[in-house]
Design a protein around this ligand. Structure first.
Ligand code: AMP
Ligand code: ZN
Length: 461
């Protein structure tokens, strides 16, 4: 039985979908004006593990993810900047080219860390009508008011606004960071724009559409409500994202969706802790980030990052260091090396598989699940049994262990020859030559380890 911490109730709850075995899950996607970094990947890998755990429990998951490709102010933007317009100028491209470039970068990054492709990928710019319809519903029900600059959601009209954080509206004095442009006609700092008009601050905004209220572009939050309900119905089973989204983005999504439909928007809210660097949130605006390509360029396998993320609990913060990534890479290499010698899978070890799933089902306790994986590897079960179990576990781990299981390392003839030459050089005590040969071997992607039984060859990753 799967248990999840639900931010809405602040409790670990048994997970039960509305229409089993179907599960509708929505994950907030990328704002595509900059590179997806490994901080983002922590959340996306966490969501991927959640999806895989749901599937392992027999659920049929429909996973929807949006692409925030409307240029506007998001919570990660500096004051008053439309990053998409700004980036387009910097790069000498159109806003559309910038959006498509970073969208591709995003999904390529996800593929590198073996995150399953969402069942539906929806772009905000391709769902403007759905967003307008939702705003119309809110307008008709009296939840909106209009200023010269924008149409706002009136948070004072909703009795339980802010229930996700438990904050009372009157406590929410500080203006939301995504609407930093001062509008004297905005009634309350927590009120948020559903639609911006291309006037004043936004008069040069490139992306614009006509609407019943005038030309403009949608606010950030409305796209997630409109698209999630379009593809998953009025009530989602799970809505997920990083913890930064709790007080504003997700709070506002709940407000506008429930105001429009009168139904519960999402039954479970799952939030992922940040990846930190030097104790601070890794973020686009602070520019303190690494991309997955930078990780690979330093010789790491992207899947080592995935492994690293599974060594911390998803709700805790995790500090990124190169040392911890190196330790993850070594641990992964060891697993790969070990399973290369295993026999073909036969009947699995039920006890280990059960304990592994129990850990994953216990609010996605992946550090515990990884510990069970290592116990299985060390156990005395026949390798054919361990092989079956490790493949089962990898359906959740997503470490592509099948690429290594029972596949002894193939050492190219060229490398074999160099290893022999190096062995001879060492016997002749010509250590200079042996070092040079080691470098040549390394350049071909292999490493020699001198053991009491003679040299052992491994791949670098
Ligand atoms: P954004 O494009 O900034 O809205 O971020 C996309 C997703 O990544 C959201 O769910 C964020 O909460 C999440 N995210 C952003 N930065 C981090 C971080 N440093 N660690 C974990 N998740 C993050
Ligand atoms: Zn969202």
């Amino acid at each position: 039985m799967l248990k999840l911490y639900n931010t809405l109730t602040k409790k670990i709850e048994e997970f039960t979908p509305l229409n089993p075995p179907k599960v509708g899950m929505y994950t907030c996607g990328q704002t595509v004006y900059d590179y997806t970094h490994v901080g983002h990947l922590r959340t996306y890998i966490g969501e991927d593990i959640l999806r895989r755990v749901l599937v392992s429990n027999g659920y049929d998951v429909k996973h929807v993810q949006n692409v925030t490709d409307v240029g506007h102010l998001t919570s990660d933007a500096d004051e008053g900047d439309d990053k998409l317009d700004k980036r387009a100028k910097e790069r000498g491209q159109t806003v559309w080219e910038v959006a498509r470039f970073f969208e591709k970068y995003h999904f390529d990054s996800l593929e590198q860390v073996n995150v399953l492709k969402p069942s539906v990928i929806c772009r905000a710019t391709e769902h403007i009508n759905e967003q307008i319809k939702l705003i119309e519903q809110l307008f008709k029900k009296g939840y909106t008011y209009q200023s010269e600059q924008a149409i706002y959601f009136d948070t004072s009209k909703l009795a339980d606004y802010g229930k996700l954080t438990g904050q009372k509206l009157e406590e929410k004095k500080v203006g939301v960071r995504d609407e930093v442009v001062v509008d004297p006609d905005k009634k309350h700092p927590a009120d948020f724009a559903l639609w911006f008009f291309t006037v004043g601050h936004f008069k040069d905004h490139t992306m614009r559409w006509s609407s019943p209220w005038g030309e403009g572009f949608p606010g950030w939050h409305i796209e997630c409500s409109a698209m999630s309900m379009e593809y998953l119905g009025n009530t989602l089973d799970i809505h997920a994202g990083g913890i930064d989204h709790i007080p504003v983005h997700h709070t506002n999504e709940i407000a506008q969706s429930e105001a429009a439909t009168g139904q519960q928007f999402s039954r479970y809210w799952v939030h992922f802790g940040w990846l930190l660097i030097d104790g601070e949130k890794m973020s686009k605006s602070k520019k303190n980030f690494y991309t997955i390509d930078e990780i690979s360029d330093k010789g790491f396998d992207p899947l080592a990052l995935r492994y690293l993320f599974m060594t911390a609990h998803y709700r805790d913060m995790q500090n990124f260091t190169w040392e911890s990534l190196e330790a993850a890479q070594n641990a992964l290499n060891k697993i790969r090396e070990e399973i290369r010698a295993w026999e073909s899978p036969k009947i699995g070890c039920a006890e280990f598989q059960q304990r592994f799933l129990e850990a994953a089902n216990n609010d996605l306790n992946m550090p515990q699940a990884v510990a069970v994986l290592h116990e299985l590897i060390r156990s005395d079960y026949p390798t054919s049994s361990k092989a079956r179990s490790i493949l089962e576990m990898d359906k959740i781990l997503g470490l592509k262990l099948d690429e290594y299981l029972g596949k002894p390392l193939e050492i190219p003839e060229e490398v074999r020859k160099l290893v022999e030459q190096r062995k001879k050089a060492r016997l002749d005590k010509d250590f200079k030559k042996s070092d040079e040969l080691r470098k040549e071997i390394k350049a071909l992607g292999f490493e020699v380890e001198d053991t009491p039984d003679g040299p052992k060859v491994k791949t670098l990753n």
